[in-house]
Design a protein around this ligand. Structure first.
Ligand SMILES: Cc1cc2nc3c(=O)[nH]c(=O)nc-3n(C[C@H](O)[C@H](O)[C@H](O)COP(=O)(O)OP(=O)(O)OC[C@H]3O[C@@H](n4cnc5c(N)ncnc54)[C@H](O)[C@@H]3O)c2cc1C
Length: 405
């Protein structure tokens, strides 16, 4: 009963917005909530406000396709996401909230010799870091996933093999949002929905607070965890970001009986597919190749994604599409995140999450909260500094992040 009231409080009573907080977090998505959670629980910093222009989980946190994995291409990326998967494993217990997490395995299909070489490179990087991931041939793909069509006849891109990642899995996205929200409220953090940051109070190279549609708030530290809106928000603070905004689309089919427990990704076909616990087939693609903030879905996406999925799973030919949506993605030039300090003292960013940031939510919270509490960038996120675009030290994750989410 107490939980019901807590939920209502989050939903309907933003409460008074105080004039000062030690830390203001802009954005009530999975990253903003997770950062607040670890600030309060790991570091005892609870004079924190999360300012969310809409409702928590209204952004990409509530729109993503819930894939969790660690099999990235760069050592920096793979080590970072590995820690996140480990945190996700115990998160239901930590948050005392059923997040419906399962790890059934993840295929990145290869349809060419070149792609097999890239998957092998990823497998080697993963092996060195203790991440369970290896290359298999088409016959082994079929053994692990009997439902998939590995025929070489009548298909555009026959399957030659795959990178197989057994720990790859899915987790309920809105449960992650609600689980974190419940615990941050318990810890004394304030969540203010319907509170849009419209400007910053900046003087002498330092941020002193934010301006909102509900008045001004001063703060020692301001974190922007605004994903698809990152470049707009950072611009208000006078900090330019190398980010472009694009939309990513996805759809689900009507629910059918369970027959697929693996996640299947094909970068060549620009699609990925999994089956949810409710029986729906969840199908997504690559970001649309044009920058936009329009949240309108497109018919060509549904058409090509359906055509390609039917080559992999012809059994779905009579299944109806139930729902189709889009979300904003903040794309960085090297497909790696941008995290931490900026040239504006006291202003931290957490962005560049593109199509793959949901799986990072726990480790983002752990590392950013440590940076705020101790004033030192943790080694795990050192490579992802904004500074890398000025020092030519990019972390190109294109081979493993483009479609694979
Ligand atoms: C269709 C789709 C599928 C995806 N699939 C996957 C996947 O399978 N696996 C994966 O790891 N990732 C996936 N992603 C990416 C992932 O969802 C995002 O990278 C991640 O959710 C971003 O972090 P977040 O949850 O904090 O962002 P969001 O939930 O977008 O949070 C940002 C918040 O900031 C708020 N905000 C913005 N501007 C302001 C302002 N001025 N004032 C106050 N608040 C503001 C927004 O309203 C929003 O709620 C997918 C994304 C999409 C769109």
């Amino acid at each position: 009963m107490k939980d019901v009231f807590l939920k209502r409080k989050i939903l309907t009573q933003p409460g008074e917005l105080r004039r000062h907080y030690d830390v203001v977090i802009i954005g009530g998505g999975s990253h903003g909530l997770s950062t607040a959670y670890y600030l309060a629980t790991h570091h005892g910093i609870d004079n924190v406000a999360i300012l969310e222009q809409s409702y928590i989980g209204s952004g990409a946190a509530g729109r993503n396709t819930t894939i969790i994995r660690a099999n990235y291409r760069t050592p920096e990326g793979a080590a970072f996401y590995k820690e996140s998967v480990e945190l996700y494993k115990q998160l239901s217990q930590d948050l005392n909230f059923n997040l419906m997490f399962s790890q059934h395995g993840h295929f990145t299909l290869a349809h060419s010799d070149r792609s097999l070489v890239v998957q092998q490179e990823r497998a080697e990087v993963n092996k060195l870091l203790g991440i369970d991931s290896y290359v298999i041939d088409a016959r082994q793909v079929k053994e692990l996933c009997p439902q998939i069509n590995i025929s070489r006849e009548g298909v555009t891109w026959p399957i030659l093999g795959a990178l197989y990642h057994p720990p790859g899995g899915i987790i309920r996205h809105d449960a992650v949002v609600w689980g974190y929200a419940k615990q941050v409220c318990r810890a004394g953090v304030e969540i203010h929905q319907g509170t849009e940051v419209t400007g910053f109070d900046v003087a002498n190279g330092r941020v002193h607070g934010v301006r909102t549609n509900r008045g001004d708030v001063s703060a020692g530290v301001v974190v922007s965890a605004t994903a698809g809106w990152s470049s707009i928000v950072a611009k208000l603070a006078g900090v330019p970001l190398p980010i472009t905004g694009s939309i990513l689309q996805a759809f689900v089919t009507e629910p059918v009986k369970p027959f697929l427990d693996k996640i299947i990704v094909s970068a060549q076909m620009h699609i990925y597919v999994s089956q949810t616990d409710r029986g729906e087939f969840l199908i997504g693609a690559e970001v649309e190749p044009y920058p936009t903030y329009s949240n309108k879905g497109t018919f060509p996406f549904i058409e090509y994604a359906s055509r390609h999925v039917l080559e992999l799973l012809p059994q779905l030919h009579a299944t109806k599409i139930l729902r189709h949506w889009t979300g904003l993605c903040d794309m960085s030039p090297d497909y790696s995140p941008i995290m931490g300090l900026t040239e504006l003292e006291g202003f931290l960013v957490d962005c560049g999450w593109g199509t793959y940031g949901f799986k990072a939510a726990p480790i983002v919270g752990v590392t950013l909260s440590e940076l705020i509490a101790k004033g030192k960038t943790p080694a795990l996120i050192e490579p992802f500094k904004l500074e890398r675009f000025y020092t030519d030290t990019l972390v190109s994750e294109l081979a493993a992040a483009a479609v694979s989410h």
